[in-house]
Each structure stands twice: as C-alpha cells, then as structure tokens.
Ligand binder design. Structure first.
Ligand SMILES: Nc1nc2c(ncn2[C@@H]2O[C@H](COP(=O)(O)OP(=O)(O)OP(=O)(O)O)[C@@H](O)[C@H]2O)c(=O)[nH]1
Ligand SMILES: Nc1nc2c(ncn2[C@@H]2O[C@H](COP(=O)(O)OP(=O)(O)OP(=O)(O)O)[C@@H](O)[C@H]2O)c(=O)[nH]1
Ligand SMILES: [Ca+2]
Ligand SMILES: [Ca+2]
Length: 667
C-alpha cells in the first residue's frame, strides 16, 4: 500500500525500422547473444525479454522489420502495435540519416493517424492501443545511429536538429552492433521512452516543463506544503521524499540539492527552504539530466497517469456498498479533514472565509460545492461572519459522503489524502452494516441519518429545514428562500452520542404528483402540514397512506406555524385522530417562532431506533409518566426520559416487552 505505481504499461513492445542494411537485425541479435553475429537472417524472430532481466522490470518484446520479407501494410500494423519505434540509421551513411526526416518520421506519423491522411488502414486501427480520440497520436521514437565503429566523428549534431522538429523523438543514441557499444543502453532508452516519456513533461526547444507538467507539480507542491507558507522546509521535503520514494532524505543530499537550486535560480531558496520556483527547477534539472523517472515517480505517487491526468483507479478506488448499508467518514477521514481545515484557516478564527475556502480547494479541479449558495445554506455557520465553521465543514463532508461517496473519494485524493495518510481513500470511508441487521438488533451502528421533509406547497418545509442550522429560528419567518439547496445537515445528541441528521427538502410541484422511490426512502420521514391552513393536512394523510403506512420507515407528523391560529382541517379525520388510528406519535406542533429544537432530536432518535416508535407512543399514553413530567416540553426532562430509553435499548427486546406489559396493566 502506498508504493508509487509504475506506468500503467504491463509490457513494452519495441519495433526497429530503418533503411536496408543499417544493421537492425544485427542489433537485436547482438543484444540477445551478447556477441556480434557475422551472418544474420533478413529478419530476426520476435523475442520477449522477461521482466526480471530488464532494468524497469517490464517484459519487453523486440520486433524486427524487413522490407524484403514484409509489405508496407504489415509495417503499418507493426508500427501501431509497437509502444516505441527505433529508427535505425548507419552512422557512416548520410543517405540513411537523411531518410529519417524524408521518409521514416512522416511515415510513422501517417501510420499512427490513418484518418488524418485518409489511408484508412482498418487492421492497423483495430490493433492500435486505446485512446483513438486523442489527436494526433505521436508514437515515441528513439533515433539509433549504428555502426559507429566505422566512423571517427559523431552524427549527434544533425540528430539533435531533427529532435527539435519532432517532439515525439524521446532520445537518440550512437552504438555499434559490432563492438557492442551502447547496445543495452539503446534498448534501455527505448524502454524508458515508453515507461517514462519526456514529451508529456518537457518541451525540448523551449527547455521548459510542459504546462500540464507544471500544473501537476504546482498541485503537488501545495499538498506537500503542510504549514501553507509557500515553502518546502526540511521537514516537508523529508516527508515528501519518504512518501514518494519510501526512503528518508540524507541531510547532506538535502544540502546539496538546495545548493544546486540556489546556484541556478537565486530565488529558488528562501529562508533555507525550497520555493515553488526552486521545486519546478529541480524537476527541469532531473529531466534535462535524463532522470525523467524521478519526476514520473513523483507524479504517479500523486495519482497521475501517462497523460498527466489523475487516473480513475486513484480517484475512485472500488468500494463495495451492500444494499441497505450507507457510507460515513471514518475517524481517519475526519482527522484528515480537520487537519486540512486547520491548515487553511490561516487567521485561526475557527472558520473558513470565502478566500480561505477557495485556497483550500486550489489543488482540486473546482470546489465540490459553491461557497455562497451551497455550504453556507446547508450547514451550520458562524452567524456573525457568515463563514463556515469546522463543525459546518465536517457536516458538509458528512453529507457528501452519504449521498455521493465517489465524489468524497475523488476530493480526498485531490486534497492529498493518499499521500499524507500513505493509504487509499478507502481508509477515510466507513461502510455501515446493513440496515436490516440494525433493525434485528434494535440498535443502530450508524451515525448519519437521512430525514425527508414532505408536505404541501408553502407548508413551511424549507423553514423547518433551515431552522435546524441556525440559533435564532424566528429570524427565518417571512424569509424568501431563494437558493434551492435541498439538504440541511447538523448534528444532534441522541442519548449522549453525536449523530448527524440530514434533512432533505422534498419539493412538491403538484399536489397529485407521485413521489419517486428515492424520495420516499429514508431513515425517518417528517410529514408536515400547515396547522393554520385547513386545506393542508389532506395531502399529508394521502402521502402517508400511499407510501408509508405499509413501510417500516418511522414517520413523524408535524403541524407547522403553530404560532398562528390552529384551524380545523378539512379532512375526514383531524390530525390527532389520524395519528391515533395509524399508531403514530401525536402530531408534533412546530413553530419557527418558539425557537425550540427538540423536533430535530426526536427525528434523529426515531431514525436511530426505528422500532421504538411503538414504545414511545406508550410513553405518551402513559398517564403516570406524564405525571412525572417526563413528557413535558422541557428538553431537560425529555432527556431524562431519553436516557431511560437508552438504557432500555441496551437490554433490548426484554425491556421492550416489560414496557408493553406495564402499559397493558393501565388499560
Ligand atoms: N561495421 C559494422 N557493420 C555492421 C554493424 N551492424 C551491422 N553491420 C553489417 O551491416 C550489414 C547489414 O546488417 P543487417 O543486420 O542485416 O541490417 P538490416 O538493417 O537488418 O538490413 P535489412 O534486413 O536488409 O533491412 C551486415 O553485413 C552486418 O554485418 C555494425 O555495428 N558495424
Ligand atoms: N408564522 C410562521 N410562518 C412560517 C413558519 N414557518 C414558515 N413560515 C412561513 O411560511 C411560508 C412558507 O414557508 P416555506 O418554508 O418556504 O414553505 P415550503 O413548504 O418550503 O414552501 P414551498 O417550497 O413553496 O413548497 C414562508 O413565508 C414562511 O415565512 C412559522 O413557523 N411561523
Ligand atoms: Ca534485417
Ligand atoms: Ca511549508
């Protein structure tokens, strides 16, 4: 776990092309037999070198091409099958060198992009590996000057000029099949061109990192900058080194690296720490010195694939969620998010300003939610400044983790969880046990519950949801709720344990519109009617009968706006009769004006102990309990009753039976 992942390639296929007689077959046979063959066949058999004897530990196939034995169509097929093409020329033969640009390079480009030159080689297309939509395809190329034993000069100057015109040329090498000079190097460069290609990282003629590479390294720098001072100090560099290469950085090497940076870019070091500029320069230097694999190792550790995109497997590791289970943040997930919050709360006021919030997500493609219209409307905030508190921050993540766990995993990856925690994001997610086990054991192991708030238009659903987030609910009266945030989340104490409750505002368009299954299914349903409107309860009654009467979902009927005159409902039963008939808790009267929050605790408790509904009703009905004041509206007393119920749940079924028998007595 946590090791850097090598390139996605599981094997490497190298094709040798070039004019007749340049020595392609000789090169292959020299490599394999480690001696120069005087006689060679026109074409060498395809050979595969096993992973353990190649420098990069990848099985490598080497394929020869012979224009005597093979057609041009066959060449097209082979070019497309190859991951890298070595164009061989004879160092003593200028014509073969000229043919690189006049023939071979254009030919390879054309064969890789048959649609662009209209040749349409379907077989080659079928054989071509992946990414057909990327345009235009550039096969990595290595230029190989063979037979250097025959010359006293070098062809490198001419070759470097070609390299500047063709970015797909990864490297060039002069060698000799006869003296075995640079033979294994040549194959190593070819392998490297596939596994650690330069062109995605570096623009040769500008001597600069590519924009994509720079962008990725900037992101990596930010993630590694733990204290957020835009510098990597020794501690941060060491951690970076250990996470990327699994070894600590030797102090003298660290000093050497810093000295090199200082010498080349004076503002690359500041206060004995590496600046972003210095960090980018260092990677430029690695690449210029042919150590691309170092930069690639870093990029891959941070989730990038060969196209410098974050890979799907890194962003979205497979997570199995059995039906009836839900997803929550694990302790480690929460700890990580707290650390991120604290890192970006630069002024330490316990809240994220819009600016700090934006900075925090600067390592991500975008913010997962909007600051002004989402997180501030769906979570508790600091009511004076309107800024997101740590509590609100964790609430928002809890919400996302329940309704869109894949997005949570993606964003944890973007924020650097995998590197900092040296683990996959799966460690940040807790998959709860199945709901039916909770039901059977009469105890919930979950800590996040979803409550759907359903009721006719204008009945006060949004007010009820938003009231959960604010201290002074009465300020919401008369407010127009403009943003259509559907979820509100906060935490409540249920028998001394913190639970998160998510209220989902179910929007009704027309009274007769059916509810979708995903609108019905939840841990507790809150059906609201406007107690001051006589035409309000009918909708709620219909919804209950149609969707909930037969279900196991606990239901609470809530009469809103109870600060206004209560009206008799135009329905065949009054709400309290209805509740009695269907064995529901009596309607809970709610008003934003009274500023009382026990509704939310009740909803969370019903969600946590779904089977307890029956027992609760008994409590209500039980006169002597009421005498003791246990069922008054005083929240503290309600708590006492609550604690009693908590103890009861521990003992489970047995106690439940006793309560029923007590109630039986009183009847
Ligand atoms: N001096 C010298 N001669 C070489 C070297 N490599 C190959 N030759 C000779 O060049 C000639 C062509 O070599 P091949 O390996 O057949 O060349 P090829 O590129 O496979 O040629 P085709 O199969 O015709 O396309 C042979 O006579 C080899 O012995 C080398 O490094 N130095
Ligand atoms: N007096 C009083 N008015 C309330 C109360 N709750 C909500 N209202 C008012 O009732 C109106 C409707 O409230 P909303 O919360 O928007 O109702 P809703 O059910 O979300 O409405 P729709 O989204 O249109 O279906 C608003 O003008 C609120 O101010 C309350 O407890 N007391
Ligand atoms: Ca040959
Ligand atoms: Ca720092």
């Amino acid at each position: 776990m946590g090791q850097y992942t090598a390139s996605q390639r599981k094997n490497v296929r190298i094709l040798l092309v070039g004019d007749a007689g340049v020595g392609k077959t000789s090169l292959i046979l020299s490599l394999v037999s480690e001696e120069y063959p005087e006689e060679v066949p026109p074409r060498a058999e395809e050979i595969t070198i096993p992973a353990n004897v190649t420098p990069e530990q990848v099985p490598t196939s080497i394929v020869d091409f012979s224009s005597v034995e093979q057609s041009e169509d066959a060449l097209g097929v082979e070019i497309n099958k190859a991951h890298v093409v070595c164009i061989v020329y004879a160092a003593n033969d200028d014509d073969s060198l000229d043919r690189i640009t006049s023939h071979w390079l254009p030919l390879i480009r054309a064969k890789c992009n048959p649609s662009l030159d209209g040749e349409g080689d379907t077989e080659a297309e079928a054989e071509a590996e992946g990414d057909a939509d990327r345009e235009p395809l550039r096969k990595p190329i290595v230029l190989v000057g063979n037979k250097v034993d025959l010359i006293e000069y070098s062809t490198m100057d001419s070759v470097l000029a070609i390299m500047e015109d063709y970015p797909e040329i990864e490297s060039c090498v002069e060698c000799s099949a006869k003296t075995l000079h640079n033979i294994s190097e040549m194959f190593y460069y070819a392998q490297k061109a596939v596994l650690h290609p330069t062109s995605p990282l570096y623009v040769m003629d500008e001597q600069e990192l590519t924009p994509a590479c720079k962008k990725s390294l900037v992101r990596i720098f930010k993630i590694c900058d733990i204290d957020g001072d835009n510098l990597l100090n020794d501690y941060e560099l060491n951690l970076f080194q250990r996470r990327c290469f699994n070894t600590p950085l030797q102090p003298q090497i660290l000093d050497e690296v810093k000295a090199v940076i200082q010498k080349n870019v004076p503002d690359g070091i500041y206060n004995d720490a590496v600046t972003l500029k210095g960090f980018l320069f260092l990677h430029c230097l690695f690449i210029q010195r042919g150590r691309n694999e170092t930069t690639w190792a870093v990029l891959r550790r941070f989730g990038y694939n060969d196209q410098l995109e974050m890979c799907q497997e890194y962003l979205r590791p497979p997570l199995k969620i059995p039906p009836g289970s839900s997803t929550e943040l694990s302790h480690r997930g929460q700890q990580f998010l707290i650390a991120v919050f604290e890192r970006y709360d630069r002024d330490g006021d316990g809240a994220l300003s819009p600016e700090e919030h934006k900075m925090l997500f600067s390592t991500c493609p975008a913010s997962p939610w909007s600051y002004s219209t989402d997180i501030r409307k769906s979570c508790p905030i600091n009511e004076t400044t309107g800024w997101v508190t740590l509590h609100g921050w964790l609430c928002r993540w809890t919400l996302m983790t329940l309704i869109d766990v894949v997005k949570t995993m993606e964003y944890l990856a973007y924020l650097g969880f995998n590197v900092h925690e040296n683990d996959s994001q799966l460690a940040a997610i807790h998959v709860t046990r199945e709901r039916r086990i909770d039901l059977a054991k009469r105890q919930s192991s979950r800590s996040v519950y979803k409550c759907h708030v359903i009721g006719p238009k204008g009945s006060g659903k949004t007010g009820l949801c938003r009231g959960f987030l604010v201290e002074e609910m009465h300020k919401l009266i008369g407010k127009e709720f403009k943003t259509n945030v559907v979820h509100c989340i906060n935490s409540v104490q249920v028998y001394g344990q913190e639970k998160h409750l998510i209220l989902r505002d179910i929007d009704v368009r027309h009274a007769l519109d059916p509810l979708q299954p995903q609108e019905v299914n939840c841990d507790v349903a809150c059906l609201v009617f406007d107690s001051s409107n006589p035409r309000s309860f009918e909708y709620v009654a219909r919804i209950y009968i149609k969707y909930y009467a037969e279900s196991k979902i606990p239901v609470m009927i809530v009469g809103t706006k109870c600060d206004m005159d209560e009206r008799r409902q135009d329905y065949l039963m009054q709400p309290s009769e209805f509740c009695e008939k269907y064995k529901l808790l009596p309607p809970h009267l709610f008003s934003l004006k009274t500023n009382k929050k026990e509704l939310y605790t009740k909803l969370a408790t019903m969600a946590a102990f779904p089977r307890f509904q029956a027992a609760w009703i008994l409590f209500y009905k039980h006169s002597h309990l009421r005498q003791f004041g246990l069922m008054t509206d005083d929240p503290r007393l309600w708590w006492k009753a609550g604690l009693g119920v908590a103890a009861a749940t521990m003992l489970g079924f047995l106690v439940l039976k006793t309560i029923s028998s007590v109630s039986g007595h009183s009847r």
